[in-house]
Design a protein around this ligand. Structure first.
Ligand SMILES: O=C(O)CC1=CCC(=O)O1
Length: 96
């Protein structure tokens, strides 16, 4: 199943810079691992905002929740999820 996920990152200003940098590095490594396996299919920055829109391909909502809730930045993100299904006019075979 495909899910669109919007993540708005809200790192508290009083979090020490070293801690914030370590979380961002861990988040990047996890995100890149998941992209390599095809689970995190797209990752787009919202221009001018500390936010992204991502597309995940997972078995279902529980798997998505397990992934999102273990992301290093999860405690500092507001997340919204939209399940996606194929559009009848899509010409892309991998939209499923
Ligand atoms: O910077 C973000 O939008 C949060 C994030 C998700 C994956 C990543 O590397 O950073």
């Amino acid at each position: 199943m495909l899910f669109q996920v919007q993540m708005d990152v809200r790192i508290p200003h009083d979090l020490p810079a070293e801690k914030a940098d370590a979380l961002k590095k861990a988040e990047r490594e996890r995100a890149q691992d998941l992209q390599r396996t095809g689970t995190w299919r797209h990752l787009w920055r919202h221009a001018g905002r500390y936010a992204n829109t991502s597309i995940f391909e997972v078995g279902g909502a529980q798997e998505l929740h397990d992934i999102l809730s273990t992301l290093p930045l999860f405690p500092f993100m507001e997340i919204s999820v939209t399940p996606l299904c194929r559009h009848p006019s899509s010409i892309h075979d991998d939209d499923r």
